[in-house]
Design a protein around this ligand. Structure first.
Ligand SMILES: Nc1nc2c([nH]c(=O)n2[C@H]2C[C@H](O)[C@@H](COP(=O)(O)OP(=O)(O)OP(=O)(O)O)O2)c(=O)[nH]1
Length: 163
């Protein structure tokens, strides 16, 4: 069930009713001294996962009983070795992939401590629009659109056609 939320299918195929996997996603953003939002952190999906090599925002699935905040804290510690500060829930989207239906809980994060470690042998890139790190996961694209809207940008979301 998607609890009435619209579902975006990545391939246009209607797969009917399916369970939804909840995913906590961290949109880490650098701010300048005036509080203006700047670069955001993208990471590549590690080898061995679906969509390996695609760029996304770091995060992962909730474990049983976890809240969004707990899941996000754990995932960013596990994947990147950082401890995040306040979690600011931003948008939710339900995406239907061949491998799963996921509800992505995108959260802005402005504060963290620790040194970035690529614990899954992934890559990281501080990015801005248009994004140079491609391809981007389909379920990641809406975030680039929200950034473009917030920042008043109308150009391409990525430097490459076909994202
Ligand atoms: N982290 C993340 N996942 C995303 C984004 N966009 C998007 O469609 N997804 C999808 C891809 C996956 O189907 C799902 C996340 O699952 P995952 O396999 O990366 O999660 P995980 O780290 O808990 O994986 P695992 O423990 O099962 O290996 O959400 C995004 O921006 N960030």
């Amino acid at each position: 069930m998607s609890d009435g939320q619209p579902i975006t299918s990545v391939d246009g195929i209607d797969r009917g009713e399916r369970p939804v996997t909840e995913v906590a996603v961290g949109v880490l953003i650098r701010r300048d001294a005036a509080g203006q939002e700047g670069d955001f952190l993208l990471t590549s999906r590690p080898a061995g996962k679906v969509y390996a090599g695609y760029w996304e925002f770091p995060g992962g699935k909730f474990e049983p009983g976890e809240t969004l905040e707990q899941a996000l804290r754990r995932e960013l510690q596990e994947e990147l070795g950082i401890t995040i500060g306040a979690v600011h829930p931003w948008h939710q989207e339900v995406f239907d992939y061949p491998h799963a239906r996921v509800r992505l809980h995108f959260c802005k994060v402005y504060d963290w401590t620790g040194t970035f470690e690529m614990r899954e042998a992934q890559q990281m890139a501080w990015s801005n629009l248009p994004v140079a790190s491609t391809p981007v996961l389909p379920g990641t694209l809406p975030v680039l659109r929200w950034f473009a809207a917030e920042r008043g940008l109308t150009g391409p979301l990525t430097l490459h056609d076909g994202v």
